[in-house]
Design a protein around this ligand. Structure first.
Ligand SMILES: [Cu+2]
Length: 502
């Protein structure tokens, strides 16, 4: 038994026995999970964690990705490559990057402008970049069929034709997306427009991107990837990186900040809240700003989703700290996950904001109206389709019980038409459903949990266990695109399908 197994086996035995089946359902089991979660409040008990000996949480300052702003350049260059990066201060971790360092650069571009990038693949296997949430022509979208071989360069060139919002990019080779994102190949992608500029939202030093990823490291700061037998349902980590910084801190002034948050983890859904500040304001979702701000105390963010929030540190004195944490989300699954790592219900302190300076300027007022969202009418829909989320024999994750086949067209859609898709989750695990080539609206859901993010434009929606979520989509971009579960180990399995818009 290695050190990690030994340390974990002590407190995990009770949970392991009761959760040993495929699913749990009794009240007793829930109690065990509660207790289990409590014992998992990381990083307070970080001695369980392999990296505990090599760093102290909340001592490394948050890294801010550098920006590639298309206001200043005509064309960018990415080269997917192996790199050594100091995730832990004074240690080198082997990762994958686009420009030699992590976090990868944030792309910033204005609606109406042209995006141009040369992408070279210096990895050993074929890969391709997908611009998640950005509606681009088929050949620019990064469909897994378009993966380029090693030492080949692909030219991306397209025009931004959509409203402002927080998007992201990541590689998308079939069967290896999870591994490539895990090792580093993802980044943020911000679209701006004049409508949003006019709102004078917090910007510059008062706008912070937060890319959240849970990861596993050994004592030498090497990333540990999946244990095939134990991680079939998704990889959970015990170290939370924000912008590739483990459990960081950020110095702030006592004023409003806009936080653009992306969950780029493998499977974990976070229920984010701030210890020290009771409520904050949700202003945007995957596809840009909401119509009106929504005040929340906590918010769910599943893998691949983005939330745009404003938090106000105005009541904090110099020297006070505010902790961003996840309250845990055990509702996400009754499936067992790798018992060595904090489960989906675990409460984890993620990062700290330290108020170190008084603000000299608090002119930012949050407008009552942020944008207008034209509701797609149900009566416009010409077709209703049902997509089921299933696990089939041998533990294979699928959609409609059909493992993904790159060459099979699963759904044919008429260009310009509007459709309702009913996403039906038949299993006891929540799945984030993502579609390429569109932004959609959520019509309704059968479950009890209220998602304020359902009010905005979406490209990824969490479907709870046993739940049916109805979405409405207008198809404006012709071509072959994929839709899939965004739990990375599920999409790599076979939980993906093709739709052809023609
Ligand atoms: Cu899934």
């Amino acid at each position: 038994m290695n050190r990690r197994n030994f340390l974990y086996s002590f407190s995990f035995t009770a949970a392991a026995i009761i959760l040993g089946g495929c699913e749990k359902n009794s009240e007793n089991n829930n109690k065990v999970v509660e207790k289990f979660n409590e014992s998992q409040k990381l990083p307070l008990k970080l001695s369980k964690n392999e990296t505990a000996g090599i760093f102290k949480p909340f001592t490394q300052e948050l890294k801010i990705p550098k920006e590639i702003n298309f206001k200043n350049i005509a064309k960018a260059k990415f080269n997917a490559q192996k790199s050594l990066v100091a995730i832990y201060k004074d240690k080198k971790t082997e990762v994958l990057t686009f420009q030699g360092d992590l976090p990868n650069p944030t792309i910033r571009i204005k609606k109406g402008d042209n995006f141009e990038l040369d992408f070279t693949n210096s990895l050993e296997k074929p890969t391709i970049i997908h611009w998640h949430g950005v509606i681009v022509p088929e050949e620019m979208d990064g469909h897994p069929k378009d993966a380029i071989n090693t030492q080949i360069t692909k030219e991306y060139k397209y025009k931004i034709n959509q409203r402002a919002g927080t998007f992201w990019y990541h590689t998308h080779p079939h069967g290896r997306t999870g591994e490539e994102i895990y090792y580093g190949l993802s980044g943020l992608y911000i679209i701006e427009d004049d409508d949003e500029k006019r709102l004078n939202l917090p910007s510059g030093e008062f706008e912070l991107p937060l890319i959240i990823q849970d990861r596993r490291f050994d004592k030498k700061a090497n990333l540990i990837y999946k244990e095939i037998a134990l991680d079939n349902n998704g990889i959970l980590g015990d170290v939370v990186l924000v912008n590739s910084t483990p459990f960081p801190y950020q110095n702030v002034k006592n004023t409003k900040y806009r936080l653009r948050i992306l969950n780029s983890s493998s499977v974990r859904t976070y229920r984010l809240a701030f210890e020290g500040i009771e409520s904050f304001v949700l202003i945007g979702t995957d596809g840009g700003l909401l119509e009106k701000p929504i005040i929340v105390k906590d918010i769910l963010i599943a893998v691949a989703e983005r939330i745009d929030i404003v938090i106000d540190f105005k009541d904090k004195k110099i020297g006070e700290t505010v902790t961003l944490k996840t309250l845990g989300f055990k509702e996400a699954s009754n499936f067992i996950t790798n018992q060595k790592y904090p489960n989906l219900g675990a409460k984890i302190d993620i990062m700290k904001f330290k108020v170190t300076q008084l603000s000299t300027n608090d002119s930012v007022k949050l407008p009552r109206n942020l944008s207008s969202i034209l509701k797609i009418k149900e009566s416009d829909a010409s077709k209703v389709r049902t997509i089921t989320m299933e696990i089939i024999g041998g533990g294979i994750w699928t959609l409609n019980k059909k493992p993904y086949d790159m060459n099979r067209v699963d759904e044919r859609v008429k260009l310009g038409s509007t459709e309702i898709w009913e996403i039906k989750n038949t299993v006891h695990m929540a799945h984030p459903f993502h579609m390429h080539g569109v932004q959609f609206q959520v019509l309704d859901r059968t479950g009890k949990i209220d998602f304020p993010t359902d009010k905005g434009w979406k490209d990824t929606v969490l479907v709870m266990p046993g739940e049916t979520v109805r979405i409405i989509i207008k198809f404006t971009m012709p071509g072959l695109f994929v839709y899939h579960c965004h739990i990375l180990e599920h999409e790599d399995h076979a939980m993906m399908a093709n739709f052809l818009v023609e």
